[in-house]
Design a protein around this ligand. Structure first.
Ligand SMILES: *[C@@H]1O[C@H](CO)[C@@H](O)[C@H](O)[C@H]1NC(C)=O
Ligand SMILES: *[C@@H]1O[C@H](CO)[C@@H](O)[C@H](O)[C@H]1NC(C)=O
Ligand SMILES: *[C@@H]1O[C@H](CO)[C@@H](O)[C@H](O)[C@H]1NC(C)=O
Ligand SMILES: *[C@@H]1O[C@H](CO)[C@@H](O)[C@H](O)[C@H]1NC(C)=O
Ligand SMILES: *[C@@H]1O[C@H](CO)[C@@H](O)[C@H](O)[C@H]1NC(C)=O
Ligand SMILES: *[C@@H]1O[C@H](CO)[C@@H](O)[C@H](O)[C@H]1NC(C)=O
Length: 486
């Protein structure tokens, strides 16, 4: 049946279908330095396998979990995603005091799962210092050493790094960034041993950086735009004369400065958590969807930008984990705590984020997309595709082999992309989203990974004359006639 279209519409259509039918190689683009924290302090989340599928669809290649749950670690096997796992604060003392306990932890939580699951690092505790686990602070580094010894005994010490995430509170001074310095009460007993260990083992210093809290704690002193990466002026560091356009860079550099003050200059900073809540209680005005989307998208754009880095370390791309994948309903008050997720617990997105980085900031608004119905027949979708990508003049480049929307290589996916392009170019006229009843309007962004389904706000003017729709109907009638005749 394809021959009819080849005669009528030239080469584009046959190329499209050949590629649809004979190839299935997945695109290999990835979001690089942007990871996500997969917290599970909730009783209503999708399964770990669904979380893995979601991360893969979004192009996320690094994930952090806050425990060492066997089911979760197993779910990430052969996923192409590297996983950072965590030793809970309660296990640190035992591991620090007894090498056998460390060996058992590695035997139970790591050895059964590698190399199928790519474990990138083991975090010894979470923000132990200056928290309610502060009394175990002095056990962190001994525990890190014992875990390292266990990994070494299993030849895993070069692939799995041993780290320990800290909050900004380990610095007693972080402004201006060049004056960053560790709190003197922990410097000699904990920080220097930790930095020595990290330096010797080639592991990064893990920092939880939350410009949100810096802003909330000092809204007079910290401009919101500076926290959201949208400041037009930024801040000049009066010592170094370096220009800071955002608080995230300033926090990272304050840690570099604090390490340099102790003569450690070869330890990279990895941001083990950062994020912004999309909702808060009535006193948490800055916690809203628009700020959350602005912060996280600008963060991603900054991280994936070529030659990105911080003013103190230009060209050294910062690696960061966004907190968090899902909203977590069991987190304690305030409301913002439960609303750091990019996704709701039902798997729908709180706001769109492009993990590959984009240009500028997307502002949250109600948008409408046109997609193929998943109950439409392949034949009818093919007919519609022939029209849309041919005389309909939709831009179908993205669904050609090698294009960002080629995978999954299905009629529904390819038709959805093409239908939407046509629909948007038709100024979102609902009549341009029918295609013999094979299409459906939706308010849910169908974008995934690097495949972006464009959507725009209504404006005047139609790119397609109504004749285009009549033309399509006539074409369909003709095709059906010919098909029936065959
Ligand atoms: C630290 O404090 C916690 C909670 O108060 C307690 O359960 C734990 O035994 C203490 N650990 C040490 C090593 O003192
Ligand atoms: C760092 O190195 C310099 C130069 O070698 C030395 O003067 C200084 O005391 C060192 N500082 C620390 C904290 O070790
Ligand atoms: C977006 O949609 C929601 C729910 O349908 C509605 O409450 C809200 O007013 C809409 N916002 C805009 C800007 O149209
Ligand atoms: C079409 O869209 C409606 C409204 O969004 C939805 O309820 C329905 O499930 C969709 N149908 C198909 C087949 O995708
Ligand atoms: C329709 O095409 C999809 C691939 O796009 C294929 O998986 C499915 O089996 C086809 N359905 C029928 C009924 O041929
Ligand atoms: C969509 O197309 C079908 C079949 O051509 C037609 O019956 C239906 O009325 C159309 N719907 C709209 C809203 O135009």
């Amino acid at each position: 049946m394809g021959s009819i279209f080849r005669h009528r519409f030239g080469m584009l259509v046959p190329l499209l279908f050949l590629s649809m039918m004979f190839s299935s190689s997945p695109s290999s683009v990835s979001a690089g330095s942007v990871g996500i924290c997969y917290g599970r302090n909730a009783n209503n989340l999708p399964t770990p396998l669904q979380a893995v599928a979601l991360c893969r669809a979004k192009g996320i290649t690094k994930v952090r979990i806050f425990d060492a749950d066997p089911g979760v670690i197993q779910s990430f096997s052969d996923s192409g995603i590297s996983l950072s796992i965590t030793i809970s604060n309660g296990d640190i003392t035992g591991i620090a005091l007894d090498q056998n306990v460390a060996d058992k932890w590695i035997g139970d939580n790591v050895l059964p799962y590698v190399p199928a699951t790519s474990i990138s690092s083991i975090a010894v505790g979470t923000e132990v210092i200056f928290t309610n686990a502060a009394n175990i602070s002095s056990f962190i580094v001994p525990a890190m050493r014992n875990i390292f010894m266990s990994l070494k005994a299993n030849n895993l010490d070069s692939s799995i790094k041993v780290v320990s995430p800290n909050s900004m509170s380990v610095l007693s001074k972080s402004y201006p960034p060049s004056a960053g310095i560790f709190d003197p009460t922990i410097t000699y007993n904990i920080i220097i041993p930790m930095l020595s260990f990290l330096s010797q083992t080639g592991a990064p210093f893990m920092l939880n950086s939350y410009p949100y809290y810096a802003y909330v704690n000092d809204p007079q002193g910290v401009p919101l735009e500076y926290a959201l990466f949208t400041s037009k002026v930024g801040v000049i560091d009066s010592n170094s004369q370096l220009h800071y356009t955002n608080l995230f860079d300033a926090q990272v550099d304050a840690v570099y400065a604090a390490m340099a003050a102790l003569n450690f200059s070869n330890i990279p900073v990895v941001v083990s958590e950062t994020g912004w809540p999309s909702k808060g209680d009535s006193s948490e005005k800055a916690a809203n969807t628009q700020n959350a989307q602005t912060y996280n998208q600008n963060l991603i754009n900054e991280l994936v930008r070529d030659q990105a880095g911080t003013p103190m370390r230009p060209g050294t791309q910062v690696e960061a984990y966004i907190f968090a994948l899902y909203n977590e309903n069991l987190k304690p008050d305030p409301e913002s705590e439960r609303n750091f997720g990019i996704y709701y617990a039902d798997g729908t997105e709180v706001y769109p984020l492009n993990f590959y980085g984009g240009t500028g900031t997307v502002v949250m608004q109600n948008r409408t997309w046109c997609v193929a119905r998943n109950d439409a027949s392949n034949g009818s979708l093919q007919i519609a595709l022939d029209f849309v990508c041919g005389p309909g003049h939709a831009n179908c480049d993205a669904i050609q082999e090698g294009g960002p929307c080629y995978e999954p290589n299905t009629y529904v996916n390819h038709a959805s992309y093409a239908f939407n392009d046509y629909f948007q170019k038709s100024n979102m006229d609902p009549r341009a989203c029918n295609f013999s009843g094979t299409a459906n309007l939706t308010q849910r962004d169908p974008s995934y990974g690097s495949c972006i389904f464009y959507a725009r706000l209504p404006s005047s003017g139609y790119l397609h004359s109504p004749q285009a729709y009549y033309g399509f109907s006539a074409l369909v009638a003709l095709v059906l006639l010919l098909l029936l005749r065959d």
